[in-house]
Design a protein around this ligand. Structure first.
Ligand code: G6P
Length: 582
């Protein structure tokens, strides 16, 4: 994820754009850039955080400008790869949030037609494509090239000598702020409400043209009206995008994060080749939530690809695993977890090919591993992992999809982001009320839902401080049954599939021992609502979507229980986001 901001009006643009970008740093902060226009373009861009070094851009002249704060996807974070990107003439400038999936092909064609590229980004193709179409009308040129772009984008374009900003959106958020003879645009309303409360949420396929005096919006070649809405947040609310905590905000970013990640993984052919090359077996090492994602990866690759996968906690691998000769994957959101790094170094010393799955471009793990697959969660501020876990799940699903002989699996993945969105508003109040009273909570599942149960329990204990344990449902009777009581709720993950009947039997056994059950299943299930005390129905879906949906429900459950108990959700006691010691 990245953040973009634009301004056009009667005031100096640079300062407004810079302050706006600072508000969007939660979306990315490895580099930034601003371009303004009066008679010509004035550009300033560099690696680092805008909050540390935006002053160079502050002096740029002009009353129209666009800017970007970056979270690297294509190309390392450096000055050249920072946005804005220019065409060959240096007269057209673009900032972009999203991923242009067909950029490699577009870049090849543009290069063959004589264009010269100065960055490794996917975004730069947009500037060169607009250059080819530009004949004095920037809006027409942008509209002409949008159909060539596959993937996701929120983009802003300006050109020398054209007093307008062109804004377009597809599967990435973009909002216009309506002022008094001035207009703003940004990835969300956070930068806008310093200036105006009146906003327009663009829809996918919209292309807007902003000038000092008016705006127009075009969709499918037709002018359209979009409602101007009033935002009633104060500035404090807005820093978290209207959410009470970063964790909640990050939970709501997950549809976009899932989408971005599956597309990014599809573009990692080299890393995937390491895996495809040895279909004998795979080893995965990770810690914390990343370990749970690794367990999901194991189930997915074993079920969909028939390749045996072994998973080990980083700190255990290092001391106890005998030398191996298989590809070793390290999953680490931060790319800095000491135990995971040590495990990968050890695997390398044995001669194993190593692959990193990480969220941070340029992190230590990317320098150690032979190949890297990036998740596209953007920066995660909350200590408790949510969107980075969903991004790791997306990567695991896409790897399984790429290695599997079943072409239908990848198609299913394209629908998962919508199903996650659907899950964000499923009512869970009764379950929250029950858990808030609990002394201890068990989370149980089978198959894919066993790692999901582990992660659900981890979320609950780390942010609500209620003791919680995840169990393979079949194991409950081998000890934990002794702890069941009316104040020990059991969250049972009973989604459709081959383990559904045996989950129902397990739930009946639990009920017979007096523990209340929160059953998570699908709408239309006739049996689960009968036996569970509280039933949370999710929309029926393919099982790959089900894994993501249940994970999201459990994140929300933990979040709302912790909120009801007044816990410090984003900074739980005793915990750190990145654990760089053994
Ligand atoms: C810490 C964080 C967890 C994270 C774990 C592994 O414990 O609080 O949320 O899952 O480290 O971190 P990594 O960056 O390697 O995924």
């Amino acid at each position: 994820m990245c953040g973009i901001v634009g301004y056009i009006g009667r005031r100096k643009a640079a300062g407004i754009v810079i302050e706006g970008l600072k508000r969007l740093e939660y979306r990315g902060y490895d580099s930034f850039g601003v371009v303004t226009t009066n008679d010509s373009l004035h550009i300033s861009k560099k690696s680092g955080r805008i909050s540390d070094g935006g002053s160079g851009a502050a002096g740029l002249p002009g009353t129209a400008g666009i800017g970007h704060t970056r979270w690297a996807t294509h190309g390392i974070p450096n000055d050249q790869n920072a946005h804005p990107h220019l065409d060959c003439t240096g007269k057209i400038a673009v900032v972009h949030n999203g991923i242009i999936e067909n950029y490699a092909e577009l870049r090849r064609d543009l290069t063959a037609r004589g264009h010269t590229f100065s960055s490794d980004t996917d975004t730069e193709v947009i500037a060169h494509l607009v250059e080819e179409q530009y004949a004095g009308d920037l809006a027409a040129a942008v509209r002409a090239i949008l159909p060539l772009l596959q993937g996701s984008y929120a983009l802003l374009v300006i050109a020398e000598g054209d007093d307008r900003i062109i804004a377009a959106r597809m599967a990435s958020p973009l909002v216009i702020g309506v002022g008094d003879r001035e207009f703003f645009c940004a990835s969300d309303v956070t930068p806008l409400i310093d200036h105006t409360r009146r906003v327009i949420y663009l829809e996918d396929g919209d292309c807007a043209v902003l000038s000092c005096s008016e705006y127009t919006i075009n969709h499918d070649g037709m002018a359209v009206d979009r409602p101007v809405e009033e935002v009633d947040w104060d500035i404090q609310d807005a820093r978290k995008g209207g959410f009470s905590h970063f964790m909640q905000k990050e939970i709501f970013e997950q549809p976009q994060v899932f989408y971005n990640t599956i597309h990014a993984v599809r573009e990692s052919p080299d890393a995937l080749a390491h895996l495809v090359g040895s279909r004998m077996s795979i080893m995965i090492v990770a810690c914390g939530s990343s370990y749970h994602a690794a367990l999901l990866c194991k189930y997915l690759i074993e079920v969909y690809c028939g390749i045996p996968v072994r998973v080990e906690i980083g700190s255990e691998f290092k001391y106890y695993t005998p030398p191996l000769n298989v590809p070793v994957i390290g999953i680490t959101q931060s790319g800095e977890t000491a135990d995971t790094l040590a495990a990968l170094k050890m695997a390398q010393a044995w001669g194993c090919p190593t692959i990193a799955i990480t969220n941070v471009v340029g992190s230590s793990v990317t320098r150690i591993a032979d190949a890297t697959i990036y998740t596209r969660a953007g920066p995660e501020i909350s200590v408790a992992a949510t969107k980075s876990f969903i991004a790791q799940l997306a990567a695991a699903l896409q790897i399984a999809g790429s290695l599997s002989d079943d072409p239908g699996l990848e198609e299913e993945l394209d629908r998962v982001n919508v199903m996650i969105e659907d899950t964000l508003t499923v009512p869970i109040d009764d379950a929250v009320a029950l858990c808030t009273q609990a002394h201890s909570i068990f989370f149980i599942g089978r198959g894919f839902y066993y790692p999901v149960a582990l992660e659900g329990a981890l979320k609950m204990k780390e942010i609500s401080y209620i003791h919680a344990e995840g169990y393979a449902a079949g194991e409950l009777k081998h000890g934990p049954f002794a702890l069941l009581s009316p104040d020990t709720p059991v969250v049972a993950l009973a989604m459709p599939g081959k383990t559904y009947p045996v989950m129902i039997s397990n739930i009946k056994e639990i009920k017979a021992r007096g523990a209340p059950v929160i059953g998570i299943g699908v709408a239309g299930d006739m049996e689960l609502p009968e036996i569970a005390d509280i039933f949370i129905p999710l929309s029926p879906s393919h099982e790959v979507a089900g894994i993501a949906m249940v994970s999201v429900i459990l994140q929300r459950l933990a979040y709302h229980v912790a909120d009801a108990l007044g816990c410090d959700i984003d900074k739980p006691r005793n915990l750190a986001k990145s654990v760089t010691v053994e």
